[in-house]
Ligand binder design. Structure first.
Ligand code: 48F
Length: 260
């Protein structure tokens, strides 16, 4: 049997892309929650929020989602999680191995792709190749983000003098990892002072990151390593349980705030 694809023209393909992108972009010009950063904490927060029926948009400056979750550390693609976070690997259907008491190892590619798929399946929308440029501030409350294409942001202003656009939301989540990019926009304006990440201490840091996952400034919730940078907590290195647990916590805090 000869394979025969449907007779579709080039222009129809272009229209399908432009039309569907524009429709979705217009819908998400105003949304419930914008998550900046599509690493493990941002992805799981997006998955939980979308599953709870919240309209959520994830903005990611890279072409790919997953952040540091593709590698365990030092370019080695085995992830570790400490108990009790293996329960989230179970939820995602990620196979793992018990390494010793309380420590589990999984294939990073498998874990990361399952997490991305679960977030998309739950209904979170993604804008990749889009970078945070600034925040929208209304009455001293973060009320959205200003964004531009990553390629435009990467060029010197004399080559690409292109204004960014704004997206409004009820709440914003900073899931940008060690950079804490959203929080830093507020610091640049003198609205707050962040402590910067502390030295390595895995034993303390994972609990502290989850405990401190909260609204850091009106309208802005921090999750993942952005929590460490904001509150000056110790870093934890290549173990991911707290990123997943913090993302879940961020979703809970967000849902509570939306209810009020
Ligand atoms: O760095 P990242 O994985 O953050 P996370 O969710 O997890 C941290 C761990 O990977 C690891 C660790 C603990 O185990 O130390 O580092 O806290 O993902 C952050 C994502 O945010 C994107 C970035 O490309 C990455 O995918 N990002 C950062 N700044 C911006 C951004 C920005 N200004 N605009 C858009 N995306």
């Amino acid at each position: 049997m000869t394979l025969k694809f449907a007779p579709v023209s080039e222009s129809q393909i272009t229209r399908a892309i432009v039309g569907e992108f524009a429709k979705e972009f217009e819908n998400y010009a105003e949304t419930d929650v914008i998550i900046v950063g599509g690493g493990p904490s941002g992805l799981i927060a997006g998955k939980e929020l979308a599953s709870a029926g919240v309209e959520v948009l994830i903005i990611e400056r890279n072409n790919y989602l997953g952040g540091g979750f593709w590698l365990g550390g030092f370019l080695m693609n085995k992830l570790t999680v400490r108990s009790p976070a293996e329960s989230i690997l179970d939820e995602l259907g990620v196979p793992y191995k018990k390494y010793n008491k309380g420590l589990y190892v999984a294939d990073a590619s498998h874990a990361c792709s399952k997490l991305i798929a679960a977030t998309c399946d739950a209904g979170a929308k993604i804008l990749n190749m889009v970078a945070l440029d600034d925040v929208v501030l209304h009455n001293e409350k973060v009320s959205g983000v200003v964004v531009n294409w990553s390629a435009v942001s990467a060029l010197p202003k004399e080559i690409a003098c292109v204004d960014p656009v704004s997206l409004e939301s009820k709440l914003v989540i900073d899931a940008t990892g060690h950079d804490a990019s959203v929080v830093k926009k507020l610091e640049e304006r003198g609205l707050l002072k962040i402590k910067g990440q502390g030295a390595m201490w895995v034993e303390r840091s994972e609990n502290l990151v989850v405990e401190h996952t909260s609204e850091f400034y009106p309208g802005l919730i921090v999750t993942g390593m952005a929590v460490s940078a904001a509150y000056g907590l110790p870093r934890m290195g290549p173990t991911f349980g707290a990123m997943l647990m913090s993302g879940k916590r961020a979703a809970e805090v967000t849902v509570e705030k939306l209810k009020r």
